[in-house]
Design a protein around this ligand. Structure first.
Ligand SMILES: Nc1nc2c(c(=O)[nH]1)N=C([C@H](O)[C@@H](O)CO)CN2
Length: 127
């Protein structure tokens, strides 16, 4: 499958399970692989036919401004749902890491993979 990818997207947000984490902004680093058919965009050479990676980054920025999360899992699932709602994705792989969260590790994080069909049966689900 064709992919549009985004590497090392840095998002500043309040996230964590501890109360003190709710008061500090820290970076999350995202890698995304977005499954799409790029042939229409390739043929037209027009952004309107492409999955606009800048628009995807902006959608994630909007999500973290609207909501505050405790778990990386909840953030990842919410971002996935939002992106499927806003863009004609066929599949998504999203890796989110939280550098500095564990002193002895360079980074830690969560990775999820979803397909559009995963949401067809369960609807929006409220995440
Ligand atoms: N699987 C997860 N484990 C942990 C998370 C998380 O989001 N997902 N978060 C924390 C704390 O917020 C951590 O960053 C600092 O202790 C711990 N484990």
């Amino acid at each position: 499958m064709d992919k549009v990818f985004i590497r090392q997207l840095e998002i500043q947000t309040h996230i964590g399970v501890h109360a003190w984490e709710h008061h500090i902004r820290r970076p999350l680093i995202l890698d995304l692989d977005l499954g799409v058919d790029t042939r229409e965009a390739a043929a037209s050479d027009h952004i309107r036919d492409a999955l606009d990676y800048k628009a995807v980054c902006d959608a994630i920025e909007r999500l973290v401004r609207e909501r505050q999360f405790q778990l990386l899992e909840t953030f990842a699932e919410s971002a996935a749902r939002r992106l499927f709602e806003e863009f004609p994705l066929l599949s998504l792989r999203l890796s989110v890491s939280k550098p500095g969260a564990v002193t002895a590790a360079r980074t830690v994080g969560v990775e999820i993979e979803r397909r559009r069909e995963d949401y067809a049966v369960c609807g929006r689900g409220g995440v």
